[in-house]
Write a protein that binds this ligand. Structure first.
Ligand code: SAM
Length: 342
């Protein structure tokens, strides 16, 4: 685990400067950070569930870095381009001469990152522990890794994305199928749960009758892409965990291609929680349109929450589901306004 590696790293001579803020890029809720000087830390985490959990532990946490830092820790994500962008950010934000520590699991590609940094800069002897590595290099100034920053993809004409967001380089096939299966006319208020960089919401906004489309997305960077991609004034953007988002008024339709992976592994519970949340957000005459890989165990759960569940189309890989008439018991749940809307 990262915390065991961090303890070893902190024992190294001059591991941290005696003062100055310390940047932590992408720490996760499960990281034990108690060995680090809490009052000097600034955690940057854009994934709302981790952000909320870290804030609840009284850390200073924001979705984006602010200003310069005396040292940095980078917790590498699995997506290589995103990891490189984080290293470029750390190099840009850490005063030259400060330490930049890079931690990651083998399964997240820490060895490849180590090799790539070593090809450019001197790196201290890495510390291996708990199926991962932590290594340090001296902040080289902003220019040294600048070419790892700012990569932009164009997954579809008129849409831009950044490394690390879901399906950054092309429209997801499941989302494309769902987009094509949506009816020509949709209710006035629609929500897109886990809206990503906005492609599915754009399909909703192309339908007749839509007056508001609410994009609810946990990943700050993805939502920032969606804001840039969708300039339609009917779009509303919410940086929120869809599982506990409560709208001010119920929606006439929800569309979604729910996530089924946490940072580490496949987790169908996530999709089940999205279904429960979608049902609670719908009016009693509302409809859920969703797409999911055929092997995922969602239909039984849908049938406990909706009176009518049917399939649109018969794609061999994806199930396109329309669920109508939410059952009243949970649809009557209180829905206080969300505080996460931004
Ligand atoms: C399978 S992707 C679909 C993205 C987008 N709708 C599309 O079609 O390209 C699922 C999305 O859910 C987001 N997500 C994951 N967990 C979430 C949560 N708890 N609340 C809201 N969004 C979440 C992910 O960041 C990702 O953008």
């Amino acid at each position: 685990m990262a915390d065991r590696r961090i303890s070893l790293a902190l024992a190294a001579p001059g591991a941290l400067p005696p003062d100055g803020r310390i940047l932590l890029l992408r720490p996760r809720a499960e990281h034990d950070l108690h060995g680090l000087p809490k009052e000097r830390l600034h955690l940057v985490q854009g994934f709302r569930p981790d952000f909320d959990a870290l804030q609840a532990q009284c850390f200073a946490v924001s979705p984006e870095p602010e200003g310069d830092y005396g040292a940095a820790f980078v917790f590498v994500p699995r997506a290589r381009a995103e990891a490189e962008a984080l290293l470029a950010e750390a190099a840009m934000r850490t005063v030259p001469g400060g330490s930049i520590w890079v931690d990651g699991a083998k399964t997240d590609g820490i060895d490849g990152i180590l090799k790539a940094v070593r090809a450019r800069l001197p790196v201290d002897e890495p510390i291996s522990k708990a199926h991962g590595k932590i290594f340090r290099f001296t902040a080289p100034g902003p220019a040294a890794l600048a070419d790892w920053a700012g990569q932009i993809y164009t997954p579809a004409p008129g849409f831009q994305t950044v490394p690390g967001v879901f399906s950054a380089e092309a429209v997801d096939r499941g989302s494309a199928l769902l987009g094509a299966a949506l009816p020509a006319r949709m209710p006035a208020r629609v929500a897109d749960l886990g809206a990503g960089w906005g492609w599915l919401s754009a399909q909703v906004l192309a339908r007749e009758g839509v007056e508001e489309c609410h994009l609810i997305e946990a990943e700050y960077a993805a939502l920032a892409c969606a804001r840039a991609n969708i300039t339609d004034p009917r779009a509303r953007f919410h940086w929120a965990d869809a599982r506990n988002y409560r709208p001010e008024a119920r929606f006439g339709a929800v569309v979604m291609n729910p996530p089924f992976h946490t940072a580490r592994s496949a987790d169908p519970a996530l999709g089940l929680a999205f279904i429960t949340a979608a049902q609670a957000m719908l009016s009693l005459s509302g409809t859920l349109y969703m797409v999911a890989n055929r092997h995922l165990p969602y239909v039984a759960h849908l049938k406990t929450l909706f009176r009518e569940v049917d399939e649109l189309g018969d794609d061999p890989g994806y199930r396109l589901i329309r669920a109508q008439r939410p059952l009243a018991a949970s649809a009557k749940r209180a829905t206080p306004p969300s505080r996460a809307a931004r």
